[in-house]
Design a protein around this ligand. Structure first.
Ligand code: ADP
Length: 450
């Protein structure tokens, strides 16, 4: 059963139970009031002789008797069947109760009167010598009190019903309806396989349903962004691998058709095939690296002096590029906890780019400096720089700045980003086209040994 249906059933049951309880209260109260009237009747009819005497005096309006018996009817039932009124109530002088017939011994009974007012009375008969005395008390007071109680209880029931309906309207509007919308949205997202990531409205973000909706929206947005990223990644990776593959296929079919004549041409084709296969191999290695890093591959964290790593890289670079001025600057404590192989891989990629995207002979500067709790490493070149609009994307997978003329895979900086992120560090680049670029990474510093 849905929550909404349960709510309707619960509210209906509650209202019925309250109505029954109120009806019970009204009945109990009425029978209590009637029993009090009966008790007075019993007292009055206990001694009929005295009652008739007092009634006669009361009818004559004498003293205390008249004050005591203002609402009492007393009549004598003669042998010939007529009923002689001895005393009639002040409020209803014409009141004549009908006779009891064969209910004589059944105790007090309720009867309508024949007085024209249609008033109901409670009456009893008691013997007096050979006759009977009829004593009756008006039910007007009982009925008025009962009516007032019923009206009060009905108003109370209406108030309970109104409050309950109001509360259930709130519950429905703030809780059930948003959940129904959320369910529909979730079913839609599932049915469309996540291709149509609908979001739900969250009108009341402070409520539980509102927070659930916000969490759902965040989840759908993240999932669809992730799917889009994956789709783009697969497309980019296929595209990158297709280029060398096409070259390989081209050479092999050229060879099969006898298009390669002479040893020189075959050797040249082999050299190109080898280069393209190597390129494919590097792309696949880079992809595996990226996957391992994004899967949270365990890092082998050990104390590492970044200043020393930079000195090593500078020494290697000086050997490879003797014409370049390679400077290392160190300031403060540059110790970090890092995976030495991974961090060297990242810094090597940055240094390789500095060389690749700058002219021979231009200087390269490597610096490591302590900045409060972090160590910042900079790799600066005086190369071509990067246009400002390209800067936000250079760390994306397969992203290459157009017209650089170089054939990289576009994965180098993505791997740098993944390695730095795995070390809980930050990275970035400042660049001025035509003047050079400075790539930087920041890692949490290692607390100095006491
Ligand atoms: P690639 O394999 O193309 O070098 P990267 O991810 O290492 O891929 O770099 C992405 C792009 O960023 C490069 O294509 C290049 O255009 C630009 N880039 C990277 N480093 C530098 C640099 N030091 N100077 C100028 N441009 C750079």
């Amino acid at each position: 059963m849905t929550l909404r249906r349960r709510l309707v059933v619960a509210i209906s049951t509650l209202l019925v139970v309250v109505a029954l309880a109120f009806a019970g209260v009204a009945l109990v109260q009425r029978s209590y009031l009637v029993s009090q009237v009966d008790e007075r009747l019993r007292v009055l009819s206990a001694n009929t002789k005295a009652l008739v005497a007092v009634s006669t005096r009361a009818e004559a309006g004498t003293g205390a008797a008249a004050d005591l018996l203002t609402d009492v009817y007393v009549g004598i039932h003669k042998l010939n069947g007529t009923l002689n009124t001895v005393l009639a109530p002040d409020a209803e002088p014409g009141l004549v109760p009908v006779l009891l017939g064969n209910e004589r011994d059944a105790g007090p009974v309720t009867r309508a009167t024949t007085g024209g007012s249609g008033e109901r009375v409670r009456l009893v008969e008691a013997p007096l010598a050979q006759r009977t005395v009829v004593v009756a008390l008006s039910m007007g007071g009982v009925e008025a009190a009962s009516r007032r109680l019923v009206i009060a209880l009905a108003l109370a029931w209406l108030a309970v019903a109104a409050i309950t309906l109001l509360v259930s309207y709130w519950v429905d509007r703030l809780g059930l309806r948003p959940i129904a919308r959320l369910t529909a949205a979730a079913e839609h997202v599932t049915a469309t396989g996540g291709r149509d990531p609908v979001l739900v409205e969250t009108d009341h973000p402070a409520t539980e349903a509102g927070r659930l909706g916000a969490a759902f929206n965040a989840m759908v947005t993240t999932t669809s962004a992730g799917q889009e990223q994956l789709r783009r990644f697969v497309a980019d990776a296929s595209h990158e691998l297709r280029t060398p593959l096409t070259t390989l296929r081209g050479y092999s079919s050229l060879y099969a058709q006898g298009g390669l004549v002479g040893e020189d041409q075959v050797a040249d084709a082999m050299r190109r095939i080898n280069a393209e296969a190597g390129r494919m191999g590097r792309i696949v290695d880079d992809l595996l690296d990226l996957t391992a890093l994004s899967d949270g591959a365990a890092l082998d964290l050990r104390p590492l002096e970044l200043g020393e790593v930079l000195e090593d890289l500078a020494a290697d670079l000086r050997v490879r590029e003797p014409g370049r001025r390679v400077t290392v600057q160190r300031s403060g404590a540059t110790g970090v906890l890092a995976d030495s192989d991974r961090l060297r891989q990242a810094l090597t990629a940055l240094v390789a780019n500095a060389v690749k995207y700058s002219d021979d002979g231009t200087p390269v500067t490597l610096s490591a400096e302590q900045r409060g709790p972090v160590v910042r490493v900079l790799v600066a070149d005086r190369g071509r720089g990067i246009p400002p609009q390209e800067l936000p994307r250079v760390f994306d997978r397969f992203y290459r700045v157009r017209d650089t003329g170089e054939r990289g895979s576009g994965l180098g900086l993505a791997i740098v980003a993944a390695i730095v992120t795995a070390h809980r560090g930050r990275y970035g680049v400042d660049s001025v086209p035509g003047q050079g670029s400075t790539f930087w990474i920041e890692l949490p510093g290692r607390p100095a040994r006491p």
